[in-house]
Design a protein around this ligand. Structure first.
Ligand SMILES: NC(=O)c1ccc[n+]([C@@H]2O[C@H](COP(=O)([O-])OP(=O)(O)OC[C@H]3O[C@@H](n4cnc5c(N)ncnc54)[C@H](OP(=O)(O)O)[C@@H]3O)[C@@H](O)[C@H]2O)c1
Length: 292
């Protein structure tokens, strides 16, 4: 609810929520959260905060002392927010990245709703939460959150492929200690490795920032099996290039918008205690993306 709308309805804004990142002008989170807040008639407002580098510690000091219930954290502050928070969930401890902060009696608690939000989104597609062999492209904050959630859900094997393979190997080592029943491994992102790993994958998850702009050159699209499912966590109006091309080949593929909506629903519940279906957030995200 914007302040003018609140005034018109005779309401007042008692607390604030935020998304902090750099840049944040592209974020659909304000449209989703303010849409739900207006629908529920809550005295809250969600604001975007574009923070120049080096200022997160100072901003979080204001959040602790101010009129905030909490907020979201996006690129490039997910790791720093995890380190600067006063307490952390298990997902944040293991992944080292936070996408949600909750203010509790002047202290900041860090959460990561990306992984469970991703699984909620797959479930929303009728795909289920438990997989036999998953190939994850990337090893950044989002990939780590998703690998953690897939491991917790009982995936048998998770292979992380990353441009810097050592990073993928380190994540695999870390998660193997947490979930010994899941076989984690890490390797490079070269086309030949993708080809080999795609063969027996039942789920492929694209978690790199490639695809935000234009095409992924040399992606072995014809080696994705028709029996595999493909999830790109990046979203674009009309679908990412990979999602469009795979669907054209008859592969079941989903973009990142449902994940965005379902992780938002989980964050909203943490701040307000209100359980709102992820689909309600998704409808608002689709509407906002059309206006983008
Ligand atoms: N739908 C959603 O709700 C949702 C949620 C979170 C994130 N996302 C999207 O997911 C993407 C990743 O987010 P993140 O938080 O994980 O970011 P991050 O921590 O910065 O990780 C970026 C990942 O992309 C890889 N990468 C970047 N540029 C590359 C290139 N030119 N070639 C190959 N690999 C490259 C990095 O590989 P290296 O390790 O080798 O650098 C790393 O694995 C972003 O586009 C973000 O918008 C979507």
């Amino acid at each position: 609810m914007n302040p003018r709308a609140a005034k018109k309805r005779g309401g007042t804004i008692s607390s604030l929520l935020f998304v902090v990142g750099h840049p944040v002008s592209h974020s659909l989170s304000p449209a989703m959260h303010n849409g739900i807040i207006a629908r529920l008639g809550l005295p809250l407002h969600y604001v975007p905060v574009d923070l120049p580098p080096g200022q997160l510690r100072g901003f979080l000091r204001i959040v602790r002392a101010g009129n905030f219930l909490g907020g979201n954290v996006t690129i490039p502050y997910k790791e720093d927010a995890a380190a600067l928070a006063d307490t952390r969930s298990e997902a944040v401890e293991v992944c080292g990245a936070a996408n949600t902060l909750v203010v509790r009696r002047g202290k900041l608690h860090a959460e990561n709703t990306d992984g469970e939000g991703f699984l909620d989104a797959l479930e929303g597609q009728g795909w289920g939460r438990r997989y036999r062999r998953v190939v994850l492209l990337g090893a950044g904050g989002a990939a780590r959150g998703i690998a953690f959630a897939l491991g917790r859900a009982g995936a048998r094997e998770i292979i992380l492929l990353n441009r810097h393979p050592r990073r993928a190997e380190r994540v695999a080592e870390l998660l193997s200690r947490r979930y010994p029943a899941t076989a984690f491994s890490g390797a490079d992102l070269r086309p030949q490795t993708l080809r080999e790993e795609f063969r027996a994958a039942d789920l492929i998850v694209q978690c790199t920032s490639l695809g935000l702009r234009g095409e992924w050159e040399n992606f072995p699209i014809n080696d994705v099996q028709k029996t595999s499912r493909f999830a790109d966590i990046v979203y674009r109006a009309g679908g990412t290039d990979l999602v469009r091309r795979l669907r054209a080949r008859g592969v079941k593929a989903v973009g990142g918008l449902p994940m965005l909506a379902y992780q938002a629903a989980r964050s909203f519940a943490l701040w307000t205690g209100r359980e709102v279906p992820g689909d309600a957030f998704l409808k608002l995200a689709i509407k906002a993306l059309k206006l983008w």
